[in-house]
Design a binder for this molecule. Structure first.
Ligand code: TEU
Ligand code: CA
Length: 554
């Protein structure tokens, strides 16, 4: 176990997090699938501890535990071991040591809502009605007349209930039928979760991303979920995904879920006060409800440290919608701490979403700049710092079970999980040494013609991470919205007497913004499309972006 000295308990508030999807980062043993040794060998790219590299502070690793890979690791069959595809526990320890020697922190992904159906716990549970683990999962009697226990649906399609001949009962699965949900009301299950958490804390991890942190508790009366009115617009429009037409307020988001989170937090704090948590608050319900719920999970100090929602991960990324999400969050979050990302392994690449909504790559670059100026911890999804695009997957190439279930209405999540393009001129773009990769390695050359490091998008991201690091107001200052119209989004960040003015032009025409006379251009950075101060006005070129500094500071 590696101990980091000198860490502040709140390190995660000023950190920039980078999400690595281990299957797709770097394939060290050339078997077509990325691995832990591959990640270790590429840490310098992220941060070499000497001021080189992208400059991120922490890595969130998507699951690398033993798994039959029905959901690519989000179906765990042994929580305390590494899948041979990714390497060994020793490889993990080496990765932690290598990361810590560069001052990089490691967050691991805990999938505690469900296990794989081949996990020995489920195998035992399903074997009879009276085995020691009979009540570890959610088992329900078969109703008369062949009906299902209730109307709950699986996120990935069809009813959430699967019949099991051995027990003559149904079991519940929020996701695949190969991902049975645990019964969190059972104290033995909670004790097992404590052991898992403690195990990874002792391996020296600095934090956990908690998969589906709002799904643990379910309504014990098994009440039906209400259907949204036909006019309801889901946050992310996934054509034909029936799950999105229900308000799943009985199958998840339960008030009882707070007890689960409390138990997780207590267990972690027993190990170390420095370990952080980020809960994934899945679901694309009503925006107000979603942001209220996520905020309530981070109030006080008994539940999560941070939570992220899908509110910036869908197609609604424009000035007005972003301002609404940030504004509502500020209103609800109280003493909690926000956490933001524009990309992850479950949604369409942000560069592609940005182009679809605005038709401009420049607009995409502004999103990265904005992300690094928001109040809250930013998470950058691997490859977004290069401008990786969504890969348009063909039917024969489909890997994601979500896509297989809904093809072609919804093509699933493979398109955002393609291999990292280390070198466009080598086989598989340098992802490995030539063995066919699990998803096609075909990133666009458009933004990368000069290689990774000279890529303008990479340069912009790296510089902006530096700016954020040098400006405490960007890390922990207050947030005040100044303007939000379809063309311009502007806000201030203030910490003590340090004040910054951030303005972003979302349009392809020049925009004039009244800023008053107490601002000067930030000498730290002149972005490519920096605006110009003209008396009391800021002139922003098309897709311009400016950070101004209050005059008395200069
Ligand atoms: O995602 C859970 C989840 O809620 C998402 O599927 C979400 O509903 C949807 O994508 C919103 O658009 C987590 C993991 O991030 C995902 O990769 C796993 O497949 C899933 O849990 C099951 O473990
Ligand atoms: Ca490999």
């Amino acid at each position: 176990m590696t101990i980091l000295s000198d860490i502040s308990a709140d390190w995660w508030k000023s950190a920039v997090i980078y999400q690595v999807y281990p299957r797709s980062f770097y394939d060290a043993n050339n078997d077509g699938i990325g691995d832990l040794k591959g990640i270790s060998s590429k840490l310098d790219y992220l941060n070499d501890g000497k001021g080189n590299g992208l400059g991120v502070d922490a890595i969130w690793l998507s699951p690398f535990y033993k798994s039959p890979m029905k959901d690519f690791g989000y179906d765990v069959s042994d929580y305390l071991d590494v899948d041979p595809i990714f390497g060994t526990l020793d490889d993990f320890e080496e990765l932690v040591a290598q990361a810590h020697s560069r001052d990089l922190k490691i967050l691991v992904d805990l999938v505690l809502n469900h296990s794989s159906d081949i996990h020995p716990w489920f195998q035992e549970s399903r074997s009879s009605r009276d085995n020691p683990k009979a009540d570890w999962y959610l088992w329900v009697e078969k109703p008369e007349h062949g009906a299902l226990p209730n109307n709950w649906l699986s996120v990935f399609g069809g009813p959430a209930w699967e019949y099991c001949e051995e027990r003559g009962q149904y079991y519940y699965h929020s996701f695949l039928k190969e991902q049975p949900d645990f019964n969190w009301y059972n104290p033995e299950v909670r004790a097992a979760m404590e052991e898992i958490i403690t195990f990874w804390c002792r391996k020296g991890v600095d934090g956990f991303r908690l998969d589906t942190a709002n799904f643990y508790a379910h309504d014990q009366q098994l009440r039906d979920n209400p259907k949204y009115p036909a006019s309801h617009k889901a946050l992310e429009e996934r054509d034909g995904v029936e799950y999105d037409s229900f308000n799943s307020c009985y199958s998840k988001d339960r008030p009882e879920n707070f007890d689960c989170l409390k138990m997780i937090r207590r267990t972690i704090e027993t190990c170390s006060p420095h370990i952080t948590t980020i809960g994934e608050i899945g679901g694309i319900q009503d925006l107000d409800d979603l942001l209220k719920l996520a905020s309530s999970y981070v109030h006080g100090s008994e539940h999560l440290h941070m939570a992220y929602t899908f509110s910036l991960l869908g197609s609604r990324i424009n000035s007005m919608d972003i301002a609404v999400v940030l504004g509502k969050t500020e209103k609800e979050i109280g003493d909690g701490w926000p956490c933001w990302s524009f990309g992850n392994h479950d949604c369409v690449r942000v560069r592609t979403r940005a182009e679809n909504s605005m038709g401009m790559v420049d607009f995409y670059q502004n999103l990265m700049l904005l992300l690094l100026c928001f109040r809250g911890t930013p998470i950058i999804y691997y490859g977004d710092e290069l401008g990786m695009e969504e890969y348009r997957i063909n039917k024969e190439e489909l890997q994601d079970p979500f896509g297989i279930a809904y093809w072609p209405d919804y093509p699933g999540r493979d398109g955002c999980r393609t291999p990292f393009p280390w070198d466009l001129h080598r086989a598989n773009q340098g992802f490995n040494s030539g063995q066919k990769s699990w998803l096609p390695a075909t990133s666009s050359v458009a933004l990368m013609k000069n290689g990774i490091i000279d890529n303008p998008m990479h340069e912009l991201t790296r510089e902006m991470i530096n700016v954020r690091r040098s400006q405490p107001a960007l890390q922990t200052g207050d947030y005040n919205q100044i303007a939000a119209n379809p063309s311009v989004f502007a806000f201030q960040r203030t910490l003590d007497n340090e004040r910054l003015f951030i303005a972003c032009n979302f349009s392809d025409s020049e925009q004039e913004l009244f800023v008053g006379d107490d601002w000067q251009e930030n000498p730290l950075k002149h972005f490519t499309r920096n605006g110009e101060l003209d008396g009391l006005l800021l002139n922003l070129p098309p897709y311009g972006f400016s950070i101004l500094v209050a005059k008395q500071l200069l």
